[in-house]
Design a protein around this ligand. Structure first.
Ligand code: GYE
Length: 303
């Protein structure tokens, strides 16, 4: 856990503070739209002043965004980091100015309770395992699988890949990963990588897309190549409405949720930290799984 005394700061009341929120990626991805809305709604609900910035997938921009938030008067930070490494200039300045940081959805590599207060996110290794379980079921334990990787340089991609591969190796040696390439977590990226995949591996049986946007791009590519729903089993991660609708339509086999509703947890963390309470240095949000059995009934929970 982390306590404000260990951190070497005076107690504060969240109510009196200005909070800065730095979003990493463009809000074309429903994960990002929902995440930003969750932070903004929670700030409003609590009457806390919030200033925001969006780095549009540019890491240098995000570093200057966060520095900008501090110079605009942010006394507390919530950061959705694009990359896990490279935060030293921000961490040094936050330390100098005594600005506590809560990171959400991706980790910053550093020391908890020194560089930042807490990380709030999913268990990404577990998401990879859940995706593998769905793929193993879809393929009856045998076949050739491609992975559409997320962007490199963050713990989410690494952990979603590790969880998936380890589980497949352990439970279904008849499944072979024959293709791996990044689709940059975007729809367009997922589509163009899948177009290459169909050329190089026309006999592919399954596609594990490390987010829904890439999975939806994969559906477009497969459709364009004349495939029918279910010909290639697709498993994705996030839980967007479009992806869950694709389960209902037969194009996607299953969607492992990655819950982006961090607002209440992030503000709670800052609030109890300010009061001098012990805050866990890692908080895991709970995720569901959407399957053919529950997609229709669960669609309202998708974002
Ligand atoms: O799955 C994806 C986004 O970091 C957990 O990033 C997040 C991931 C999310 O681009 O859609």
């Amino acid at each position: 856990t982390c306590n404000i005394e260990q951190f070497g700061m005076e107690k504060f009341d969240l109510q009196d503070m200005t909070v800065g929120f730095s979003q990493s990626e463009a809000e074309s991805n429903p994960f990002r739209i929902t995440e930003t809305a969750s932070i903004e709604d929670e700030a409003k609900k609590r009457g806390v002043e919030l200033i925001t910035a969006n780095a549009q997938s540019d890491f240098a921009q995000q570093i200057s965004d966060v520095q900008g938030l501090m110079s605009q008067g942010a006394e507390l930070l919530i950061i959705a980091p694009l990359n896990s490494d490279g935060w030293e200039p921000v961490l040094a300045e936050a330390e100098r100015k005594q600005v506590p940081i809560v990171t959400i959805d991706r980790e910053i590599n550093g020391n908890p309770c020194e560089d930042y207060v807490t990380f709030i996110g999913s268990d990404f290794v577990e998401q990879g395992r859940r995706a593998a379980d769905q793929m193993i079921e879809a393929l009856g334990g045998e076949g050739k699988v491609a992975i559409l990787l997320g962007t490199p340089g963050n713990n989410v991609t690494t952990e979603r890949t590790k969880g998936f591969k380890d589980r497949v190796e352990e439970k279904a040696p008849g499944i072979e990963v024959v293709f791996e390439q990044t689709g940059e977590f975007t729809r367009q990226g997922g589509q163009s990588v899948t177009e290459q995949l169909i050329q190089s591996n026309p006999d592919i049986d399954g596609v594990y897309a490390e987010n829904d946007e890439m999975g939806i791009g994969a559906v477009t590519a497969l459709r364009g190549a004349g495939k029918q729903p279910g010909d290639v089993k697709i498993v994705t991660v996030d839980g967007t409405k479009t992806a869950v609708q694709n389960i209902i339509d037969g194009w996607i086999y299953a969607v492992v949720e990655s819950n982006p509703r961090f607002g209440p947890l992030a503000f709670d963390a800052h609030e109890s930290f300010g009061k001098g309470e012990d805050v866990p240095v890692e908080l895991i949000i709970s995720d569901r799984v959407y399957t053919q059995e529950n997609a229709e009934e669960q669609l309202p929970n998708a974002y």
